[in-house]
Each structure stands twice: as C-alpha cells, then as structure tokens.
Design a protein around this ligand. Structure first.
Ligand SMILES: Nc1nc2c(c(=O)[nH]1)N[C@H]1C(S)=C(S)[C@@H](COP(=O)(O)O)O[C@H]1N2
Ligand SMILES: [Mo]
Length: 445
C-alpha cells in the first residue's frame, strides 16, 4: 500500500484554494493533488481503490480504467527563472539553453499569444540583433545566383502573407517514452499555433532562381554554440523543395502582428507549419538551396529521425535505418478546463481544445469520459488555412459524483487516429501523439 501511495504521489494535505478558481466559473474549485501526470507507471491490483480513497471520491468507471495508466491530477511547478518576453506561467525544462513549455490550459487562444509560444533553443540567441542591419543570404549548389537581401528589401520587394501555422517540436511528449529518451522532457506543451506574417519562401526562391536539380532548402541562424566556439553551427536543418514551395511556407518577421519575440527568432525566421518545428530556422541569416538532402548539424544520425521500421523499445538502431521526420502525426489537446477541476454546481461541462494533423486536416474529434468505452463526437471547426490547428468543443455530462478523466482523440483526413498509449518507441523520443487526458472531479451537492 505504501509503495502504491508514493507512486501515485498524491498530496493529502491539499488545500482548496478559492483564489485559483481561474476562468472556470463559479462551479469550480481547483485541487492541487500533484498527481503524477504520467503514463509510464503501472497501477498494481488494488491501487485503484487506493487512488479512489486518496481522491476522496469513487472512480465511477473505475473498472474500465486501464491497468497501465495512473489517474492524472494537476500540479505545475513554476521556476523563479524568467525568460525574456515570456509569461512566467511557462514550465522551464532547461535554463541553458532555454527550453520552456506551455501548460495545456494556457493554449486555449485560437492564435497563441507571443508570450505563450514555447521556447526550444539549442544554443544562445543573438544579443540585441538590429533588424535594420540584418542581412539574409541565399546561395547553394542549386541556386542560380548568390543573393544578399535586407529585411527592408524583403518587405518592399515581395507580397506579404499571413497564415496560422502549427509549430510543434518533434520531441513534444518525449517525457512519456519508456525506456526514457534523453533530452528535454517535454510533456504536452512544445506546441503553438500563431498568425505568422512575412513573404513566401517560394517567391524569394523564384526571385533568386532555383536550378532543376534542387532537392532541399535549409537554414543557418545567428545563434551561437553553447561551447562558446563560434565556428560551430548550433543547428542547420531544412525541408525538401516541395515543402519549401508550399504557399504557407514563410520567411517571417512578425507573429500576431508584432515583432517575433527574441526567443522565437527575432528579427527573422522560417516557418513551416505541420512539420517538426526544428525545420523552422530562427534568427535566420542564410538559406541554402541544396542539390542533395541537407547535411547540416541535427540533420544526420538520430536527430529528428525515427526508425524506418518499428523497433522493440530500447533496441539499438543503426543510423542508416533511421528516416527523417516529415509531416507531424495527428494530435490534439484539451485546452479548457484545466486538469484537476471540481464541478460543484452542475454535472455538465463544456470541454474545448485544439487539433492538428501536420500537412493533413483533422476530420473528426472525439471525447470519452469512460476511459475509452464510448466516444462522443465533438464539434470541430474547419482549418483557416493549411497546417493551422482546428478548434473543437463538446458539452459532456457526468452521470454521478466521482472522479473522471476526459480523453480526447483526433482523426486525420486520411483516417489515422491518435493512440491512447505512447506510440512507436524510438531512440530520441519523437512523435508521441498519444491522446490527451484531463482529470475532473464531480462533487455536486
Ligand atoms: N537557429 C535556430 N533555429 C531553431 C532552433 C535553434 O536552436 N536555433 N531550434 C529549433 C527547434 S528544435 C524547434 S522545436 C523550434 C522551436 O521554435 P520556438 O522556440 O520559436 O518555439 O525552432 C527551431 N529552430
Ligand atoms: Mo524541436
């Protein structure tokens, strides 16, 4: 019993803090049981009863609760470390380089506000970059000429476009892989969808001239290596020419009609919606048009690659059996309410969220309150443009008082759905698109 108790790590001395009612309305109180938000653990026989007694309420569909899951709670530890231009609500995973994710309930805006766009740095951002003096070079084996262009020229010579683009780190959800993968232990928050403004990469590439043999378009940025060695490139990735020529692929200078936050690439960056965000070069100073698959740092080996064929968890995989990640898999988040709320005056709840599917569209969104036994179809909005996330909403009704989980699952336009459990293990912990779950207690008097 003791062991199970500590595994669930429920804080018994939880206080009901009426100040944390947030935007949930009068029907809500927030508990802070610090339940482990993890799929890694196993509940032993009898642990469900322990869980229920610790929760102080029965698990209504307890019999259906899979034995390899642990009931979720909440708990969001905040650090003192403040990131320039970012909300203090971000969860800091690393201070050097800065890496910070966003709790799901803060992603309820249609366009993610600038201070809530997650940060994934591999090196040190440039200090006080001057947009007036910034120069973008374009060259490469498959460029017909070498061009240097200022931001002012980009703005005046090419048409401007704005798109809502979903940028998700390939390692989002890494924290759940077992055996664990090294790197930032992202849970669900390395994702943002904001309105980006700039010029089409396609227009700029056509202006420069692309040779017939072009295969890849890649970036270099002005961030510096953690080692302090300025001759070392931090990261240099890219996309196949087809993705580069997509209408929504931009060289951007603004997000949500404001300057890009310094942590997200001010004054200039690439944005490729629906692909691992590592393709979207920040502090962009050079674009190369390659006649082969780009071979910059973090393109090769195991970086942003997964085994071409499924492997046994923990198995060693040779580099030549790894394939580059392209379009990201279908995924969704419950962005309202915050996990761990208590319904006290009603048994009805409006659940809202976002869903995205790489280069595809989301075709269906479903919600379950009985651990996946039955699913209810949510109202799903159409995408405003390709690779924008889509909003969804559903009112659910809970049959009686007790502990519930709301599970949400998206299906893409080609029929692929999110799994309930962590999908294909891979050495670096990429592409975890397991369905999102939140905890709800119904305690109607
Ligand atoms: N120059 C540069 N570009 C970069 C990175 C970086 O470290 N340096 N990180 C990449 C990775 S791995 C991700 S997930 C996204 C993160 O973008 P964001 O920090 O704006 O959310 O930027 C990508 N572009
Ligand atoms: Mo990333």
């Amino acid at each position: 019993m003791e062991e199970e108790r500590s595994k669930i790590s429920l804080n018994q001395n939880q206080s009901r803090d009426s100040k944390s009612r947030e935007d949930l309305g009068q029907n809500w109180e927030i508990l802070d049981p610090n339940l482990a938000e993890s799929r890694r653990g196993f509940l032993k026989k009898g642990a469900l009863i322990t869980a229920a007694s610790l929760l102080g309420t029965p698990m209504v569909f307890g019999k259906l609760f899979p034995s390899n899951l642990i009931p979720i709670g909440l708990g969001n530890s905040n650090d003192d470390f403040q990131i320039l231009g970012k909300s203090d609500q971000l969860k800091i995973l690393n201070q050097r380089p800065v890496n910070a994710e966003v709790p799901p309930h803060l992603l309820n805006d249609f366009s993610t506000p600038n201070e809530l766009i997650f940060v994934r740095n591999n090196g040190i951002p440039p200090l006080n970059p001057d947009p007036q003096k910034w120069v973008l070079e374009i060259e490469g084996e498959s460029a017909t000429q070498k061009v240097s262009i200022s931001i002012q020229d980009l703005k005046s010579k090419f048409s401007h476009y704005s798109y809502h683009l979903t940028l998700e780190c390939g390692g989002n959800g890494r924290a759940e892989f077992n055996p664990p993968a090294a790197g930032n232990q992202w849970t669900t928050g390395a994702i943002a969808c904001a309105k980006w403004t700039g010029v089409r990469l396609k227009d700029v590439l056509e202006f420069v001239g692309v040779k017939e043999d072009a295969v890849y378009v890649a970036y270099y940025g002005e961030d510096t290596h953690l080692s302090g060695d300025n001759s070392k490139v931090v990261i240099s990735r890219g996309v196949p020419i087809k993705k580069a020529l997509q209408e929504e692929s931009l060289i951007a200078w603004a997000v949500n009609d404001k300057d890009i936050p310094i942590m997200n690439g001010f004054p200039l960056r690439l944005v490729f919606g629906g692909w691992p965000a590592s393709c979207s070069g920040k502090w962009l100073s050079k674009i190369v048009i390659r006649n082969k698959v780009h071979d910059g740092p973090k393109m090769l080996g195991k970086s942003y690659r997964v085994p071409c064929k499924p492997v046994i968890p923990g198995e060693k995989v040779d580099d030549e059996d790894m394939c580059i990640i392209e379009s990201m898999p279908v995924k969704s988040l419950i962005t309202k309410p915050k996990s761990g709320g208590i319904l006290t005056k009603t048994n009805k709840l409006i659940v809202q969220g976002k869903a995205w599917a790489g280069d595809l569209f989301v075709a269906k969104m479903e919600v379950s309150i009985n651990f996946g036994k039955t699913w209810q179809k949510a109202k799903l909005e159409k995408a405003v443009n390709k690779t924008a996330w889509q909003e969804w909403e559903l009112e659910v009704q809970f049959p009686e008082n007790g502990y519930y989980e709301v599970w949400a699952k998206a299906t893409d336009s080609e029929g692929s759905s999110q799994p309930m459990v962590v999908p294909s293990w891979n050495p670096k912990g990429y592409l975890n698109n397991a369905a999102h779950r939140i905890a709800i207690k119904v305690d109607r008097v």
